[in-house]
Design a protein around this ligand. Sequence first.
Ligand code: FES
Ligand code: FES
Length: 158
Amino acid sequence: MAEKKAIALQVNGTQYTAEVEPRLLLVHLLRDVLGLTGTHIGCDTSQCGVCTVLMDGRAVKSCSVLAVQADGAEITTVEGLAQNGHLHPVQEAFWEKHGLQCGFCTPGAMMVAIGILQENPHPSEEEIRQGLNGIICRCTGYENIVRAVQHAAERMPG
Ligand code: FES
Ligand code: FES
């Protein structure tokens, strides 16, 4: 067994330390070690995007990042979006525009949406569709996901 490494990272504003094997993926650290199961796993080929989280403000597929690479990083998962009992504007937009069906891709889709809006607060429909390339919705609910991102763009301060 490989020697464990000590890492420290902030997740949803809380500081954590852990001893992890170098091969441990960030998604497994979040789900299995920290118990944050809102981040889903939908493939083993880094294609579906449902594991997306924000790492230092950038949307990343947490199944493509080693936990040791997140040492010192600030991570935001879907559990960290609502603040003081208020949904994040992207969560509200997904709710209002019915941007989900079974909900399995929804945590990742919302993190991808936040990544899109952080890079470009006023994206065109085409830019939104391009940004959503990284997420696979098996329910094929893409139209409403696009509408939800458009709605969130209108509500979020640039
Ligand atoms: S679980 Fe990460 S891309 Fe599918
Ligand atoms: S809502 Fe079911 S996978 Fe996207």
